[in-house]
Design a binder for this molecule. Structure first.
Ligand SMILES: Cc1ncc(COP(=O)(O)O)c(C=O)c1O
Length: 383
């Protein structure tokens, strides 16, 4: 039985009937920019994520860029972010002429290492972007205690972590801004590009709203330069139909993760959770104390030279989807060579990039499919 890494159309299919109706009403409405589907979407997201305000924008990348612009990040400023993340996190910093300073990660959670963040702070550090990678929140108490000491703002990159919580607080509700992507592969996904920013500050919300449309306030008057980061109302209209199901779908992902932890974790060569020096051949990811993980990815580590590529080939021969997120840290990317020249390596990130492999975790997986994936991995270990 083939098991894809993702099945986006299948995920959206239960909503199609209602969506087709909404689409035809929207076409008739003539409201193709702004309006009730944008503000309604923003209000509903604010309520769900327990934030003061939400500013819907054109993509997750634009959400990050807009947050940095609203915080006044400029040429020569330093912004600390992880190396083990999607390119956008570091790319937006560079686009503003600022310097991305890459911190190493924790091997257990794949999240940024707060100790390395603290070590990399200088007088030029003007923001920190912790990324809640794969759906699990960064230790925000540790990050906040650093930023409070140094008076540095936080942009939570929660692109992969909508709905995740830490000690009862939602991702995106702690930092100065929370930044989200609605890219079609995300846990809560649009029908094209879209994203949003969250904030608990009225002032920061107002600033981001003005910069979202060319820094215009009032109409045709510009005291600063923004961009066109508008969110399409058609995305809002369709997303509002799916929004009430975010938590239940995330819980289904968590059940799937528990299935793998139980079924694969019984094998003597599998370790549930990372431990340095272990002789396990495969390590399964776990959830840190106090976190509710939303499993955007279920990312295992396959130890040993060439082992990950062999397992990948084995799974693909059996038509089981899998993918590498991420094969190369941002600090090792060609385009950042000028930024990282002469800087020390990030050994934890570099090791993870050689070992990570993500396997199917989407909420619609059936028990048969979960067994198929697990049996294939167990078969590989016993081969
Ligand atoms: C961690 C992270 N940050 C930022 C982004 C950028 O989002 P988008 O693709 O919507 O621009 C993504 C996703 O693609 C992401 O995974």
């Amino acid at each position: 039985m083939a098991v894809p890494l993702l099945d986006i159309a299948n995920h959206n299919r239960p909503y199609f009937l209602k969506m087709k109706e909404t689409l035809s009403q929207w076409l008739e409405s003539g409201q193709y920019i702004g309006g009730e589907h944008v503000t309604g979407f923003e209000n509903e997201v604010s309520e769900l994520l327990e934030v003061k305000d939400t500013i819907a924008v054109s993509s997750g990348t634009d959400a990050l860029l807009l947050a940095l612009m609203a915080l006044g990040i400029k040429t020569g400023d330093e912004v600390i972010c992880p190396s083990f993340t999607f390119f956008a996190t570091g790319g937006v910093v560079h686009r503003l002429g600022a310097i991305p300073v890459f911190a190493d990660m924790l091997p257990e959670s794949f999240n940024i290492d707060p100790r390395d963040v603290e070590a990399k702070i200088t007088s030029k550090t003007k923001a920190i972007i912790p990324v809640h990678i794969f759906g699990q929140m960064v230790d925000m108490e540790a990050i906040s205690s650093i930023t409070e000491k140094h008076k540095i703002p936080i942009i939570e990159d929660a692109a992969q972590a909508i709905g995740a919580t830490q000690n009862g607080k939602r991702a995106g509700s702690i930092g100065d801004y929370g930044s989200f992507s609605l890219y079609p592969t995300k846990n809560f996904s649009a029908f094209g590009d879209a994203g949003f920013l969250t904030t608990q500050s009225e002032e920061l919300a107002k600033h981001a709203r003005i910069l979202r449309i060319h820094g215009m306030d009032p109409i045709y008057y510009h005291s600063e330069v923004g961009g066109n980061f508008r969110f399409d109302p058609i995305q809002g209209a369709l997303l509002r139909i799916k929004l009430p199901d975010i938590d239940s779908q995330n819980l289904k992902r968590d059940e799937n993760a528990k299935f793998y932890q139980k079924k694969l974790g019984n094998h003597s060569e599998v370790s549930v959770g990372y431990s340095e020096g272990s002789d396990a051949r495969i390590t399964l990811p776990t959830t840190d104390e106090g976190n509710q993980h939303v499993w955007h990815q279920f990312t295992i580590r396959v130890h040993g030279e060439g082992e990950r590529e062999q397992l990948m080939g084995w799974l693909r021969e059996r038509q089981i989807g899998c993918g590498i997120y991420y094969p190369l840290g941002l600090h090792d990317q060609e385009c950042f060579k000028s930024v990282t020249e002469g800087k020390p390596p990030l050994p934890v990130t570099e090791k993870a990039c050689k070992e990570v492999l993500s396997i199917p975790i989407f909420p619609e997986l059936t028990e048969n499919q979960l067994s198929e994936v697990s049996d294939a991995i167990l078969g590989y270990l016993d081969n």
